[in-house]
Design a protein around this ligand. Structure first.
Ligand SMILES: Cc1cc2nc3c(=O)[nH]c(=O)nc-3n(C[C@H](O)[C@H](O)[C@H](O)COP(=O)(O)OP(=O)(O)OC[C@H]3O[C@@H](n4cnc5c(N)ncnc54)[C@H](O)[C@@H]3O)c2cc1C
Length: 448
């Protein structure tokens, strides 16, 4: 019986395992070093914040694995020996495979800051990081202040987590405005305000220089390139992640920043594949980045590769880009492409609307010439994924999107609707005379 070995029990590896089981009788072994069972990494913050227990982040009961004949091995893989088709684990065990799937995820970036390995300094990626944060920052008596370094999605999560225990947080962000390499300026400015309103000490255009130790060798302060020294007992390093592939350096498997794969998720070595955060496309698909460290793409790669492994060879086609996240209590969704001013394409134009009192805004990107709708970012309004996916596929115009915007709104009926205000602003800016159509369930559920 063919033996499929998967390294990594995150969303990518486990989705591949489940779908291989659905489609075949192959022997499946998942080896992973972090935890015994798969858990939802995106839910880690809610454990610290007391909204759920760690066990609740594990979507499958313990019996699931045995029943589905997915063997779980806890261990760290030190080497991959593709000539002999085996992997070697720390402790001396080896496992042979017929096909090997690398799904080893990411690790937090460290940039060689002095003091970056001191006790009290940590990232937020793994279950071990969560446990460490519980020890380092159980309350605001033990942790008088935390400094977070790096203004991305994980940084703001960590700030929210600590703030939920009333721990004062200083947030060092290198950019001139929060996440502005990704967000257009109006949105980024709104998030700056939102962070400050949550009493988080946001310091823009500020870089970490050094982490200082106390007499016991624990972090006691950071210094910044603005000349400040900030006393703290916890330093969160959240300056992005990179593929967790160091153990493959001598393996002969081609590496760039991640494991290089083609559109079939195959590496340069026969019968070795890579999926999820650790995989790097030789060239990005469409406007996508070659490495996409997001949950749903890991799941899609896992599903796609399972088909190929089970004899139905298919290309990885992720479709239109979408994503969602939370900035403190503000929900963010994005569909298609809306680039920040720094990354805007030549033909891209934006329409931005922001509510005058609430923290609610949208930005729509469209083609200057053809008016084709390119993408939308929304904050504080929940939108329907299928509708934007359809409009992107149908290459609708911005005017069409304005006219039918009510169809896309997913907020419950009692939420304040904003479409009239949005369309009024659009009409005045672009000299149009669009009136938003009534929401139609028939249109919403129409099969295109
Ligand atoms: C705090 C946080 C919040 C996030 N929130 C979001 C979100 O809201 N939305 C979103 O889309 N994405 C989010 N992400 C990103 C998302 O969680 C990742 O993209 C996704 O979990 C990656 O899945 P994966 O299966 O590729 O790898 P991982 O989940 O990293 O799993 C890989 C596993 O392989 C193990 N491993 C690695 N090397 C070895 C080895 N040599 N031997 C044995 N085991 C090994 C690792 O220990 C790990 O357990 C978040 C990430 C973090 C850290």
């Amino acid at each position: 019986m063919e033996h499929i070995v998967i390294i990594g029990n995150g969303i990518a590896g486990i989705t591949a395992a489940r779908h291989i089981r659905k489609n075949s009788d192959k022997k499946i072994t998942v080896v992973s070093a972090e935890t015994d069972y798969f858990f939802s990494r995106t839910a880690l913050m809610y454990v610290y914040m007391g909204h759920m227990k760690f066990e609740h982040t594990q979507p499958y009961e313990k019996w699931f694995w045995k029943k589905n004949r997915i063997d779980l091995v806890k261990g760290f893989v030190q080497t991959v020996d593709h000539q002999n088709k085996k992997i070697d684990l720390a402790g001396g065990t080896s496992i042979t495979y017929d096909k090997l799937i690398l799904a080893t995820g990411s690790k937090p970036n460290k940039f060689g800051w002095p003091g970056q390995d001191l006790p009290g300094v940590q990232g937020l990626y793994s279950k071990q990081d969560l446990d460490q944060l519980e020890t380092n920052a159980p309350d605001n008596k033990t942790c008088k202040r935390a400094v977070i370094v790096g203004g991305g999605l994980i940084g703001i999560e960590m700030a929210e987590m600590l703030a939920s225990r009333k721990i004062p947080v200083t947030f060092l962000v290198r950019e001139t405005s929060f996440w502005n390499p990704v967000l257009p300026s109006g949105e980024s400015a709104m998030i700056n305000e939102h962070i400050l309103e949550h009493h988080i000490d946001l310091r823009l255009e500020t870089n970490l220089v050094e982490i200082l130790a106390d007499e016991n060798g624990r972090a006691k302060a950071v210094t910044t390139d603005k000349g400040d020294t900030i006393e703290c007992t916890v330093v969160g390093l959240t300056a992005g992640v990179s593929p967790n592939v160091a153990f493959l350096k001598e393996s002969g498997i081609e590496l760039g920043r991640g494991v290089k794969v083609n559109r079939y998720l195959e590496t340069n070595i026969t019968d070795v594949y890579a999926i999820g955060d650790c995989a790097e496309q030789h060239e990005g698909i469409g406007q996508r980045r070659p490495i996409e460290a997001v949950w749903y793409t890991g799941r899609m790669m896992g599903e796609t590769l399972a088909q190929t492994i089970c004899g139905n060879k298919i290309e990885y086609k992720p479709g239109h880009w979408f994503n969602s996240a939370k900035f403190l209590d503000l929900e963010y969704q994005t569909y298609g492409w809306v680039f920040s001013e720094g990354g805007m394409k030549e033909n891209e134009q934006h329409f931005h609307w922001r509510h005058d009192k609430e923290k609610v805004c949208i930005t729509i990107a469209f083609d200057k010439e053809t008016k084709q709708f390119l993408g939308i970012n929304t904050f504080g309004i929940r939108m329907r994924h299928e509708i934007f996916d359809r409009w992107l596929t149908e290459e609708r115009t911005i005017n069409y999107v304005m006219e039918y915007l009510r169809d896309a709104n997913f907020d419950p009926e009692f939420y304040a609707p904003y479409e009239v205000e949005i369309v009024t602003k659009f009409n005045s800016e672009f000299g149009t005379n669009i009136s938003p159509k009534k929401k139609s369930w028939k249109r919403i559920f129409a099969i295109s």
